[in-house]
Design a protein around this ligand. Structure first.
Ligand code: HEM
Length: 485
């Protein structure tokens, strides 16, 4: 291939890319040096705002293949036939640190999956944990402020982290999970992914089911101890990125098996705890895992900025047969993500290659805005209804309607007969081996003992006591021992 010529952004040939133009030898630079001005100006604009959470991440393309018939539960076309394959893009992430943070840290991991289906893109934006810290979206900004860098000290503060948790007894389950053995995954390949929320599936007959998604890693779960994590985070801050990139480049394609738990919609109201409470799991003995298919990652993006940094997922992107549940956290997220994308990437972020539908096309009357590149075809009308064969509505809601009752108001999520914030944290603790309990207690005490106020420590200890007497006693003793040191 003949050597290509270097050009300006408008395509004109560049004469000199080593020396800027000056007024005479040794003189000041000329304003007419278009190549220099353009080069410096573009460089200044290379960064966009990082994600406010989950800033640091890695992504890869792949496919989802249906292995089991789930048409009794959902009419979603991409799940309609055993053997059907759908292209996907998955972005993994850590949550709390900024873009330049390290991978091997104790933090939940994001597991954001885009299915490029023939009925539009379906985004399932989950984590590697089946539960979360809070159950109302109104607390999310406060929660995240308390976990990220303090505006005065510029670093994460144990005082803030634990002060928030002192006021959030519902976080005890997720804290127990995070401080336990799975809290620092060895890599993105060696962890599970969960939809975490309860979603709604609707079948062709219009029958509704509530579902929870579980992606089980086929690489096996591997985690790091606190010491191993600290060492690796220092040695190779990009350890997760390196691992994922190299595995796929070597053709060792990671995969996950998708299972769902399925609850017929009529059972939700009388279930012994609120099935839409994101701080709780559904016991498998009540709702066993049913296999759906296999997710495989087999292609690295060509450009990390274009495809990973600009990837935009929204829990509000559903396809026919799948919809939201009344989980308040999920409802808050239905707004938050596309709003973040409009701020960070602009109103036309859905036209970027990684975000645009691949197996169908977007046809609507949305127009213009910053960086619009989609003309929707010559002469296409930009209003609806019209007499020119523009796209028309289907009259078919994507999912079944959700039942509602009562009055508007700032209500707490409804409590069911067995609802409390601690029993599942206690169950998780009691499931652990003696060694795992020791590591869990040491991890919690390591953080909690750094808190400067006794009342904040006491409030947190009360949560562990409420989960399990032995759990509370051991954390209390460990914190006291560390504070006496
Ligand atoms: C009300 C609660 C929540 C709010 C308001 C919220 C909001 C956000 C926002 C604004 C972003 C940045 C989006 C972007 O700039 O691209 C984000 C990213 C993310 N969130 Fe949440 N979030 C919430 C809860 C959750 C929960 C419960 C999960 C998991 C179950 C989750 C998983 C993620 C993931 C995986 C990402 C990164 C997506 C990507 O890779 O681009 N979030 N969240």
């Amino acid at each position: 291939m003949p050597q290509r010529v270097l050009t300006t952004e408008s395509g004109a040939p560049v004469a000199d890319n080593q020396n800027s133009a000056t007024a005479g030898v040794g003189g000041p630079i000329l304003l007419q040096d278009q190549h220099l001005l353009e080069k410096l100006a573009r460089f200044n604009r290379e960064r966009i705002p990082e994600r406010v959470v989950h800033a640091r991440g890695s992504g890869a393309y792949g496919y989802f293949e249906v292995t089991d018939d789930v048409t009794g539960f959902t009419s979603a076309d991409f799940l309609s036939e055993v053997g059907k394959k759908t292209e996907t893009f998955l972005r993994f992430s850590t949550v709390a640190d900024n873009l330049g943070g390290a991978d091997a840290v104790r933090d939940p991991r994001g597991f954001a999956l885009k299915f490029y289906t023939e009925e539009g893109n379906y985004d399932l934006v989950g984590n590697n944990t089946p539960v979360f810290f809070i159950k109302d979206p109104i607390k999310f900004p406060d929660f995240i402020h308390s976990q990220k860098r303090d505006p005065f000290t510029g670093k994460q503060e144990p005082d803030n982290v634990w002060d928030f948790w002192a006021h959030a007894p519902e976080a005890t389950h997720q804290i127990t999970w995070l401080m336990g053995d799975r809290g620092i995954p060895a890599s993105y390949r060696h962890m599970n992914g969960y939809g975490s929320h309860t979603y709604q599936w609707t079948n062709a007959k219009g029958e509704a089911f509530f579902v929870k998604y579980h992606f089980k890693t086929n690489q096996g779960i591997r985690s790091l101890s606190a010491e191993q994590g600290a060492e690796l985070a220092g040695k190779d801050p990009n350890s997760h990125q390196t691992d994922l990139l190299q595995a796929i480049e070597r053709g060792v394609n990671p995969s996950w098996t998708l299972y769902v738990q399925v609850m017929p919609a009529a059972e939700a109201a009388d279930y012994r705890f609120n099935p839409f409470d994101l701080t709780k799991v559904w016991p498998h003995k009540d709702y066993p895992l049913q296999r759906v298919g296999r997710l495989v990652l087999d292609r690295n993006p060509d450009n990390v900025f274009a495809e990973v940094e600009q990837a935009a997922f929204s829990p509000n992107n559903f396809v026919p047969g799948i919809g939201p549940s009344p989980d308040k956290m999920l409802q808050g997220r239905l707004f938050a993500y596309a709003d973040a994308h409009r701020y960070r990437l602009g109103v036309n972020h859905t036209q970027l290659a990684v975000n645009a539908p691949k197996a169908t096309e977007a046809n609507n009357y949305g127009r213009d805005g910053l960086m619009a590149s989609n003309s929707q075809g010559r002469g296409a009308k930009n209003y609806e209804p019209n007499s020119y064969e523009g796209p028309v509505e289907t009259g078919q809601p994507l999912a079944a309607p959700l039942a509602v009752n009562g009055h508007t108001g700032t209500h707490e999520a409804p409590a069911h007969t067995k609802d409390d914030d601690f029993f599942q944290a206690g169950e998780l603790y009691r499931l652990m081996s003696e060694d795992e309990k020791k590591r869990l207690v040491a991890n919690i005490a390591g953080g909690l003992s750094q808190v400067t106020r006794d009342d904040v420590i006491e409030k947190n200890l009360a949560h562990f006591h409420a989960a399990d007497a032995d759990y509370g006693k051991r954390v209390e003793e460990a914190v006291r021992a560390l504070r006496e040191d």
